[in-house]
Design a protein around this ligand. Structure first.
Ligand code: SF4
Length: 366
């Protein structure tokens, strides 16, 4: 059994560590590329969400490398995510691929159920091995999040363009190669060092504009589909923060679900005056996080959404009211298979320019 899964940013580092440590043979698909998107778009319904199309491309590219089992997260809720697994299975089967698809449904308090589904991927393992694998995966996941945050903080001050991104890539490689939590810790220390070295003392604007990124989790986390918004903003001298990191997502949507713990209410509380119903995906979080960034006096917010994403369309509808009430500029970028780097760069430059002007206006008013 050769297991594969879809990409979502650097999540592959954590998932590979977990599955391999539990004894599975893993085929990580090639990083998403134009080829991936073109294969996925060709074989998916036109109005399917962009993540589904890229996932199809990932699976086909992984099966070309010998994968025969697909692990996929299931979902519940008003948006289409809950149907993804079945739709993807139908598409790939109709194309003639022979594979098994294992959909790991949200735990909803049933740890045994999750272990059974993971067990289908990795075979039987003693509990101790699960604990060891989970510790390694956890160490890698938190290290990746920290390194990504450090890269975001370093980019506006980097010595030369691309230094922080190159440092991040080498730090992630060290974490990916580490075979134990102790080695991950050492890799993280080295990673911190290279990212620190990427910053030039006194380099960049000493008070860069701050922009928060909110939106649908896949598009926010996967740089290929968002045309590398985060890197591009950083290299324009912007201090970027995003509302979702892999660790937060796993804690909120997996761990708390397994343990039946109450999920963080803050984004819901903050969103309440504008959106008081769960709309699926991250719609409410998008609104709540925008309010949070406004309160933290960020200079702007960019919402990232896949074309036809229902929860983000709802959020996009109420964001102008948030922007008006709280005085924070908000821009929405919608991505599909026709999105281009050039179009995104133009819109980012215009937004950063506008944010800079409104900062100067605010500063001159005292
Ligand atoms: S959150 Fe949006 S992009 Fe994701 S599955 Fe739901 S509708 Fe599609």
């Amino acid at each position: 059994m050769k297991v594969t899964f879809a990409h979502m940013g650097n999540l592959y580092i954590t998932v590979r560590a977990l599955l391999e440590d539990l004894g599975a043979e893993v085929v990580v698909p090639p990083m998403p590329s134009k080829r991936t998107l073109s294969i996925g778009s060709r074989h998916s319904p036109e109005f399917a969400c962009l993540p589904l199309k890229v996932n199809i491309g990932n699976y086909i590219e992984a099966m070309e490398l010998g994968a025969d089992t697909i692990a996929m997260a299931g979902g519940v809720g008003p948006c289409r995510f809950g149907l993804y697994g079945e739709v993807q299975k139908e598409i790939l089967t109709a194309l003639g691929y022979k594979f098994e698809m294992i959909i790991v449904e949200p735990p909803q308090g049933r740890l045994r159920h999750v272990l059974q589904q993971v067990g289908r991927l990795v075979g039987r393992n003693p509990v101790g091995r699960y604990v060891r694998a989970a510790r390694l995966a956890w160490a890698k996941m938190t290290a990746v999040d920290e390194l990504e945050r450090l890269a975001q903080a370093a980019r506006p001050f980097e010595g030369h363009r691309g230094a922080a991104t190159a440092a991040l890539a080498s730090a992630l490689e060290l974490v990916d190669d580490a075979g134990s939590p102790a080695r991950v810790k050492r890799a993280l220390e080295e990673g911190r060092e290279v990212l620190r070295a990427a910053r030039e003392p006194g380099g960049g604007n000493s008070d860069p504009p701050r922009i928060g990124i909110v939106g649908e989790v896949y598009v926010v986390l996967e740089p290929f589909v968002n045309c590398e918004v985060e890197r591009r903003l950083g290299e324009m001298g912007v201090l970027v923060e995003r509302s979702i990191y892999i660790g937060d997502w796993v804690r909120e949507h997996l761990l708390k679900d397994v343990l039946r713990l109450r999920k963080g209410r803050r984004p819901y509380e903050l969103a309440k005056p504008y959106l008081c119903h769960f709309v699926g995906g991250h719609g409410v979080e998008t609104v709540g996080s925008t309010v949070e960034y406004a309160r933290q006096r960020f200079d702007g917010v960019i919402q990232l959404a896949p074309f036809t994403c229902m929860p983000e369309i709802v959020a996009q509808d109420v964001l102008p009211a948030v922007s008006r009430d709280l005085g924070i500029p908000v821009m929405t970028l919608v991505f599909d298979e026709h999105s281009s780097d050039a179009g995104v760069i133009t819109r980012l430059e215009a937004f950063v320019d506008m944010v800079e002007r409104s900062r100067r206006r605010r500063a001159s008013r005292g």
